[in-house]
Design a protein around this ligand. Structure first.
Ligand SMILES: *[C@@H]1O[C@H](CO)[C@@H](O)[C@H](O)[C@H]1NC(C)=O
Length: 428
């Protein structure tokens, strides 16, 4: 509906613009007739006029005083011809737009116009919309969680981690590092009663969902991947309540407050599995097929995946659509891996038979939001990089998570210079 209304508005605007141009040019002719030498310039012939290539602009007529009224009449005729042509073009454009909108119901949904049309600024100054507006908070979705978040969140933002008893020891390192930094706005979503008790004993903000059979079954018995799928469903409520969530796995050590290092310009801002600038931020990967001879090189775009265990997600419609898409695919394709699904939904563009997700994304700085491959393969061996203090370290690349987490604390918090040395780069 909005699309239709907009289109009608455009057609009216189109003819108004044409009318305005016609009147303007007419006035120009009258003034040129009355003031053949112009108001200021002594010699109008020395002025060159730019040639307009745009269909929407009408060439200014040269009105010479000597030819007078005849000239004006002829210009007038030309003008109304141009005007008619212009109106025809606007009509055709509208017809094309209408055809495009009706061609596909999905397209029409997406064509909702968010604001008044605006003129593009000068070269190099235009910026597209990437920061989507937040949703209207809906407390009725979960009043109990709404009340809890109102107490905990800072600036409508909160760190959220899901945990069951399997990860209890890592959870302890996780919340102790958060406490040490002094971050107040964090919450553990407990998947079993042991974790509820453990958090209460340690004065850690904890939330347990109301009983929900499917969810509780996965939560209690599930391995890493099953729990990962669950989190997309749980996260939805946080977003619906209007909160920006920094979703965090528990194999993460906090060294600074991450909320001081977010850009908040994108729907999803995520840490990367990449291990250097190229792999983390994207590069042109040339595929070589020698049998093609002259055209042997095909260029491809590559980027290492986002880590779905640590990302900041703003409460916007595209963000919620992302969570829904991922949760839906994890249900209908039980063998899929949530991180792969998360990345595919974020990355693949629309194509025949598929409408892509129109979410904006940002890759976090790999030295501030550091994965354990960057730390153990590069940073600890580099005299300059090892002096920098990351915001977090995520022990995602190594199975011996617990000892490596403790080593990270020893190195960065307690200043033990050799704390990282005993570990191999990868697992052995
Ligand atoms: C990686 O990117 C950062 C930020 O753009 C830059 O400061 C740094 O020099 C780059 N490092 C390398 C090795 O290119």
């Amino acid at each position: 509906m909005a699309g239709r209304r907009e289109k009608y508005g455009q057609s009216i605007r189109g003819s108004r613009i044409a009318g305005a141009i016609a009147i303007g040019v007419l006035l120009g002719c009258v003034f040129a007739f009355l003031y053949p030498n112009g108001f200021f310039s002594p010699d109008p012939r020395s002025q060159s006029r730019p040639v307009s290539k745009s269909n929407l602009q009408v060439d200014s007529p040269n009105c010479e005083s000597t030819e007078g009224v005849n000239m004006m009449k002829s210009e007038n005729r030309k003008l109304s011809e141009k005007n008619a042509e212009l109106q025809k073009q606007v009509r055709e454009l509208n017809q094309k737009l209408q055809a495009a909108q009706q061609g596909n119901g999905r397209t029409q949904e997406q064509l909702v116009v968010s604001s008044q049309p605006q003129k593009a600024g000068p070269f190099g100054t235009v910026k597209s919309l990437r920061t989507n507006p937040p949703v209207m908070p809906d407390e009725s979705v979960n009043p109990r969680l709404a009340k809890l978040l109102a107490e905990i969140a800072v600036g409508k933002e909160v760190i959220v981690a899901l945990a069951n008893s399997n990860v209890k020891s890592m959870l302890e390192v996780w919340f102790n590092s958060i406490k040490k930094v002094g971050i107040p706005n964090y919450l553990v979503v407990a998947l079993d009663d042991t974790i509820v008790e453990f958090c209460k004993e340690n004065d850690v903000p904890v939330y347990k969902r109301d009983p929900d059979e499917n969810v509780d079954f996965i939560g209690k018995s599930g391995g890493n991947h099953a729990v990962s799928g669950l989190k997309f469903r749980i996260l939805r409520e946080f977003l619906q309540l209007g909160y920006g969530v920094l979703l965090s796995d528990v194999d993460i050590v906090y060294l600074q407050n991450p909320f001081d290092h977010l850009y908040r310009d994108s729907d999803v801002e995520s840490m990367s599995d990449g291990h250097n600038n190229m792999t983390a931020y994207g590069y042109n990967d040339v595929f070589d097929e020698p049998s093609m001879g002259w055209a042997r090189y095909a260029h491809t775009m590559r980027i290492w995946v986002y880590n779905s265990g640590f990302f900041y997600i703003r409460p916007t419609i595209p963000s919620i659509e992302l969570l829904d898409r991922v949760a839906d695919r994890l249900t209908t394709q039980p063998n899929s891996w949530d991180q792969a699904v998360f990345n595919e939904e974020l990355a693949f563009p629309s194509h025949p038979g598929y409408v892509g997700l129109y979410a904006s994304r940002r890759t976090m700085d790999i030295y501030l939001f550091m994965n354990s491959k960057v730390l153990f393969k590069t940073v600890r061996k580099d005299a300059n990089l090892k002096k920098l203090k990351p915001v977090i370290v995520h022990v995602n690349y190594h199975p011996d998570k617990f000892p490596r987490m403790k080593a990270v604390v020893e190195y960065y918090v307690n200043g033990k210079q050799d704390a990282l040395d005993a570990f191999p780069d990868g697992s052995e």
